[in-house]
Structures are given as structure tokens and as C-alpha cells.
Design a protein around this ligand. Structure first.
Ligand code: 2HA
Ligand code: ZN
Length: 270
């Protein structure tokens, strides 16, 4: 067996949680990540027949039976992952019944996966239908995105158009737009189902007055989506109260879409 602490997927989790903490996106126990791993790769580092313990997930995710995930722990701080990954992360496999997680590694102090696991697993199910290559669901609390939800109408067409209008790169990075949920109680199946419903058409879902969800095939795509939304939201929060001298028009956005051959949400322009 190879040394799990040398596994590229573990190093990636350590690197990204540390970076997100430093960006201020994951205060205290804020934020969570789940990452689908290749069984053959995990098998190089762990005995896949050795289930440490089983943990009920609280809902049925039969579509994901046999899938292996590395997931941040509930109540755990992103800032601590790098220093003690085995306590702050866990590797789980969804059992045959669809409602049990088999712990293969981690949560060393008796802990368990993030309370947002329903939102993650339900989102994985939907994103895998759209793109079988999808591997990551990432949730965090970036400042400007969060601030924007305090002052901007919680409407997906309007938020997407506002963010596309902040900087040229926005529509290029997220031509599919952003789903928006109203304020809801977090950590339960209801917000999980609502998030997954949005994930049928979006890789990004804003939770009003809470944070954002991103989905992608790898860390770079997923992080890059959230990073770009946050940058655009920052532009908005820095300038929304000032008179505008220049603005990106609908025609500018159509020209960009043409130049970059974008499959974009045409109905989000007037
Ligand atoms: O895991 O961010 O939404 C802590 C949270 C809950
Ligand atoms: Zn959160």
C-alpha cells in the first residue's frame, strides 16, 4: 500500500481548504467540499474491504452506490485541514442500501461528514447526469458574493446579468449563469433538494444570505467558477453606489458570446 498522506487527492484537499481559508471564504467551520475519487486510485492507498465504521446519511442516494468520496468533516475548520487531515477529512463509500456511508479513512476523532452532505450528494447526482465527468461540489461563504445578496434582488436572471456586466470575463467563465435560492434553513434534505434542482441547469448556486455552491470536473474548474463570481461581486459592491461612466451592454455580451462561441443563457439578456 502506498502512503495515503502522499495521495494527490489528499494533497489537493489540503491545498484548496487552506487557500479558501486564507481568502476568508471559510470562517470557523464554514464551507464544505466533496470530491468523487476513482476506486482504482483509492485502492492503491487503502484496503477497500476495511470499513472502519458505518454512518447513516439520512437520505437515499442509490444512484451513488459504490462511489467513493473524500469529504470535509462536520464542525471542522478549513484552517485545520492541512495540519490534521485525518481528523478533519473522511473518505466514505456509499453502501448498497444507498443510505449508509462506509468510512474507509479519516474522521479520526469519531466525527462524521459535513451536515451539508444531502446538498452535496443530491447535487452530484444531478451534475453527473449533465456531465459524467463531474467530480466536485464545493460550498463556501465568500464576502462579496454574500454582501451582494444583502442588497441585490435574489433573482437568477438579474443576478447573472449584473455579474456578467461587471467584467468581460464573467460570461466567458459562467455562460450557463447562476441559480439562486431564497434564504432557507441549511443542513437538511429540503435545501439539499432545492440546490440539486438548480444544479440540473447551473454549475453555480447562490444561497441568499449564506454563500455559494459550485460544481465542476476538478478543483480548478470548481474553484475558478466561484473565484470569478466573487471577483465580479466585488466589482459590484465596490461600484454599485457610484455613478457609472462605462458599462457592458447586452450587445457587448452578445459580441463576446459570438467571439468565444459561448453556449450562454440567451434568455438572460433582454
Ligand atoms: O459546514 O457552511 O452551510 C458549515 C456550513 C454550513
Ligand atoms: Zn455554509
Amino acid at each position: 500500500m502506498k502512503d495515503i498522506f502522499e495521495a494527490p487527492f489528499l494533497k489537493e484537499m489540503m491545498k484548496i481548504t487552506s487557500l479558501m481559508y486564507k481568502l476568508g471564504w471559510d470562517e470557523r467551520n464554514g464551507g464544505n467540499i466533496s470530491y468523487i475519487l476513482d476506486e482504482n486510485v483509492v485502492g492503491e492507498y487503502l484496503d477497500l474491504n476495511n470499513v472502519i465504521r458505518t454512518i447513516p446519511t439520512g437520505f437515499d442516494a442509490k444512484e451513488l452506490t459504490g462511489r467513493i468520496f473524500i469529504v470535509t468533516g462536520t464542525g471542522k475548520y478549513f484552517k485545520n485541514v492541512k495540519h490534521d487531515p485525518e481528523t478533519n477529512l473522511g473518505i466514505i463509500r456509499i453502501a448498497k442500501d444507498g443510505t449508509t456511508a462506509e468510512l474507509l479513512w479519516g474522521y479520526k476523532d469519531g466525527g462524521r461528514f459535513t451536515s451539508e452532505l444531502p446538498a452535496h450528494l443530491m447535487s452530484h447526482i444531478e451534475r453527473l447526469k449533465v456531465n459524467p465527468e463531474n467530480r466536485i461540489i464545493m460550498h463556501c461563504h465568500p464576502d462579496y458574493t454574500l454582501a451582494m445578496t444583502q442588497v441585490h434582488e435574489a433573482d437568477e436572471k438579474k443576478i447573472t446579468r449584473t455579474l456578467w456586466g461587471q467584467m468581460t470575463e464573467s460570461i466567458v467563465v459562467f455562460p450557463d449563469g447562476i441559480g439562486v435560492l431564497p434564504w432557507m434553513v441549511c443542513g437538511n434534505n429540503e435545501i439539499g433538494r432545492a440546490t440539486a434542482e438548480k444544479m440540473k441547469q447551473y454549475r453555480l448556486v447562490i444561497w441568499t444570505l449564506h454563500g455559494i455552491y459550485g460544481a465542476g470536473k476538478d478543483m480548478d474548474e470548481t474553484f475558478g467558477l466561484i473565484e470569478t463570481v466573487e471577483k465580479a461581486a466585488k466589482q459590484y459592491m465596490l461600484t454599485a453606489h457610484l455613478p457609472k461612466a462605462n458599462a457592458i451592454t447586452d450587445d457587448n455580451l452578445r459580441d463576446l458570446a459570438k467571439a468565444f462561441n459561448l453556449d450562454y443563457r440567451k434568455d438572460f439578456l433582454d
